[in-house]
Design a protein. Structure first.
Length: 530
């Protein structure tokens, strides 16, 4: 009987223990549940969702766009009508949205979150929500901290973008740009000091659609800034090149046409809405990939007599290399044709244009005797180099002929102050220059020469320069002077500035060899002549 009694006591004790434990567990679960409910009740996301609903309702009603601190919906001309803008804004709010926390503000009292579409990029940001903490955080169940918040503000986020065009790129000619279907015009931009134009697209609520198209139909790849504000970048190749005519340009493997300029160079305007490869090539099989920087180039252009030897030099070939034939052009020198039969050995002329896509390329020139020749660095291909230039007439020539007097006599003959017989001793009978004088002597023009007298002195500002040997029996020299005449009491000045050619020739029939220097051709020197 005692055993049965003890067993009953144990049974009732166990039941009581289980009952109490169940009650305690229930109370604990109830407390945990209340803590969780309290945590969820005060969770910040509730305020974020509340802000989203407020944004939706106020955007729909229009109240949102009149709130202080909200950017104007009507500032941007690139987002269509106000109705379209609001509809697009609401579409973003009704889409797949997420919340991303920002940094705490003001000693952690304020926190802000950004509402954005998914996936998150800076240009998908929709609005900024600011919450303020109420009171201190309450720690419950050790691991759960409950912080109450209140909604402070919810502001739509707009974006400001810019685009830039270089000074020499023409809008709607070289490229056409559209923003949300609207075509940019020059008046939308602002000119910068360097001549470039900046276009600003301010207070855009929606991610803009931007297109850049060139005149050939290429459409650029466009990249919006990661920050959601800033400069819009797009692929392009905008180059302006002025190059010697002998260089060629290829763009993506295709020949690029240039426009010849007044100085003989070629202008290339490359305006492509894509990244293109620009390759320059010369006549020496050198190529250079142009990326907008200075081009390594050596340029030598000159016209020489054809009995001179020309080689080009490089650091690897200091002794020189032969100039390719496609860099040499034969030139007709018309002044020679009037007296070529009067002397032997007149040289032909060759025009050289050595353009190499390398630095430090020079030229070595030697004359017909193998002696080195140095050219004037300022010489161009229009200048002709027959040989070393002397400042004055050599003494041995000056003893035989007074070149200044010869041309002054020609001037006197033209004004009827000297007869043909006196002039003819300076000329070769039946030569071109002789026939010009004879024709004038017998022309009616000579009879119409105004009555005048010569000044005293008749000639001033005389100069004889640039003496050049062409052959042993031919030279050229520049002669200048001003002749003074008195016509009806007034002084009249007649300037002559001529390049004169003289040949040593014997035109007598006396059976003796007594050649003399004779004037055979002359050409007026015109300043800045082409």
């Amino acid at each position: 009987m005692k055993k049965i009694k003890k067993s009953g006591v144990f049974k009732y004790s166990l039941i009581a223990f289980v009952t109490i434990l169940t009650i305690l567990v229930g109370l604990a679960l109830s407390y945990v549940n209340s803590v969780i409910n309290d945590y969820e009740k005060h969770h910040y996301k509730n305020h974020l969702n509340e802000a989203v609903e407020l944004l939706k309702s106020e955007a729909q009603s229009g109240e949102l766009w009149t709130k202080e601190g909200v950017p104007s919906m009507e500032c941007s001309p690139f987002e269509g009508t106000l109705i379209d803008q609001k509809a697009a804004f609401l579409t973003k709010l009704n889409g797949d949205i997420k919340f991303s926390p920002g940094e705490a503000i003001g000693n952690n009292e304020y926190v802000y979150y950004v509402i954005h579409n998914n996936p998150h990029t800076a240009d998908t940001n929709i609005a900024k929500i600011v919450l303020r903490a109420k009171g201190e955080m309450v720690q419950k169940l050790v691991v759960i901290g409950i912080q109450e918040y209140e909604l402070v503000s919810y502001i739509p986020l707009s974006h400001t973008y810019t685009m830039k065009l270089p000074a020499d790129v023409a809008l709607n000619s070289d490229v056409t740009i559209t923003v949300n279907g609207y075509t940019l015009q020059d008046e939308h931009g602002t000119k910068n000091e360097d001549g470039s134009t900046t276009f600003t697209f301010a207070e855009l609520y929606n991610t803009p659609t931007v297109t850049v198209t060139d005149a050939f139909g290429n459409q650029a790849k466009v990249k919006l800034p990661d920050s959601g504000n800033g400069e819009i970048e797009f692929d392009h190749t905008f180059y302006t090149l002025t190059l010697p005519e002998s260089l060629s340009v290829k763009v993506d493997g295709n020949d690029q046409a240039g426009v010849k300029q007044s100085d003989g160079r070629m202008l290339y305007r490359i305006r492509l809405a894509k990244k293109a490869e620009v390759i320059l090539s010369d006549k020496f099989n050198n190529t250079y990939k142009y990326i907008g920087k200075d081009v390594p180039i050596s340029f030598h252009a000159f016209t020489l007599r054809d009995d001179y030897t020309v080689k080009y030099t490089t650091p690897d070939h200091p002794d020189g290399l032969d100039v390719p034939d496609n860099c040499i052009e034969k030139v007709e020198y018309t002044e020679f044709k009037n007296f070529s039969e009067l002397t032997e050995g007149l040289p032909g002329l060759l025009k050289y244009e050595i353009v190499i896509l390398k630095n430090d390329v020079g030229v070595n020139i030697t004359d017909q005797n193998g002696q080195p020749i140095t050219l004037d660095p300022e010489m161009s291909s229009k200048d002709i180099f027959f040989g070393p230039v002397l400042d004055t007439v050599p003494d041995d020539v000056a003893k035989e002929v007074n070149v200044l007097k010869v041309l002054e006599d020609w001037s006197l003959f033209m004004s009827c102050d000297l007869n043909f017989y006196s002039l003819s001793k300076h000329l070769i009978k039946n030569s071109y220059q002789y026939n010009v004088a004879w024709k004038y002597n017998n022309s009616i023009d000579r009879t119409f020469t105004s009555y005048h007298s010569l000044g005293n002195p008749p000639f001033e500002q005389e100069s004889v320069t640039n003496f050049v040997w062409i052959t042993d029996n031919c030279f050229a020299v520049d002669i200048r002077f001003v002749k003074h005449m008195i016509v009806l009491g007034d002084r009249l000045d007649d300037e002559m500035n001529e390049r004169c050619y003289f040949v040593k020739y014997d035109d007598t029939n006396d059976g003796r060899s007594n050649p003399q220097w004779k004037l055979v051709a002359m050409k007026e020197i015109v300043k800045d002549a082409e």
